[in-house]
Design a protein around this ligand. Structure first.
Ligand code: C5P
Length: 245
């Protein structure tokens, strides 16, 4: 039985060999791996088969954002290759998200394969308010936008959303316990924030109510990735109050 929240290790590495060697060494500690645009672009869908064949689950994070018909087609293809969860960008709009949800349901009914969870990216954890206003007319705070986009994602039939720890409590308060909340921007105490801006510790994400923590560099760039993952799991099992970074 996986710990709650469950850790998803991001395989943001250059090649199949690097990815499979990480999965091989982390597999005893972590059972869920994220294939994102870097690895997928370099190595393609065979990565998903290979990770599944190692007995682990795949979170496909390609943040689909296109016209409804194109995204529906991409979701069908992703359902057929056996991913357990995948991302769309809520910026693609309600019609796009509905088309994606319908496509996932149809494909799973047709193939008999389990329907993957569909989660909508709200606002990237690398963005703060000033980054949002630089590329849009939006001058409000990040939390309001995340809540608005989360509401639209759930209304459209998605299973949940991707957001930072800083909005998780507000999402739980407004939408309850059912939506799946996936949280990147996780930084154990002492690790570098890198390009991430809306960050928090694993324990803070647990206390706020996240279901899944997506963790990349703090694990794969650690001198000893297995030990780094074990330390994060130990932190998640500790009793402690919120501790935002
Ligand atoms: O290395 P780090 O822990 O920052 O990696 C976080 C991962 O989560 C990256 O693979 C990134 O693509 C992904 N992600 C994110 N913010 C989102 C959605 C996904 O950082 N809103």
């Amino acid at each position: 039985m996986a710990a709650k929240p469950e850790i998803i290790a991001a395989l943001d590495v250059e090649s199949r060999d690097d990815a499979l060697s990480l999965v091989g060494s982390l597999r005893g500690t972590i059972g869920y791996f994220k294939v994102g645009s870097r690895l997928f672009t370099a190595e393609g869908p065979r990565m998903i088969d290979e990770i599944n064949n190692m007995g682990a689950s795949v979170f496909l994070d390609l943040k689909f954002h296109d016209i409804p018909a194109t995204v529906a087609g991409a979701v069908k293809a992703a359902c057929a290759i056996g991913v357990k969860m995948m991302t769309l960008h809520t910026c693609g709009g309600v019609d796009m998200m509905k088309a994606a949800a319908d496509a996932a349901a149809e494909t799973s009914a047709k193939t008999g394969l389990p329907r993957p969870l569909l989660v909508g990216v709200t606002v990237l954890t690398s963005m703060a308010s000033q980054d949002l206003s630089a590329v849009s007319c939006y001058e409000g705070d990040v939390e309001s936008l995340v809540l608005r986009r989360a509401g639209k994602a759930l209304e459209a039939g998605l299973d949940g959303i991707v957001s930072s720890v800083h909005e998780t409590e507000a999402i739980r308060k407004k939408f309850g316990d059912t939506p799946v909340i996936v949280t990147p921007g996780i930084r154990p105490v002492g690790s570098a924030s890198g390009d991430q801006k809306r960050i928090a510790t694993p324990a803070a994400a647990r206390d706020a109510g996240s279901d899944y923590l997506v963790i990349g560099r703090p694990i794969y760039q650690a001198p000893y990735p297995v030990e780094a993952a074990e330390a994060i799991l130990a932190e998640l099992l500790e009793e402690q109050g919120p501790s935002y970074a």
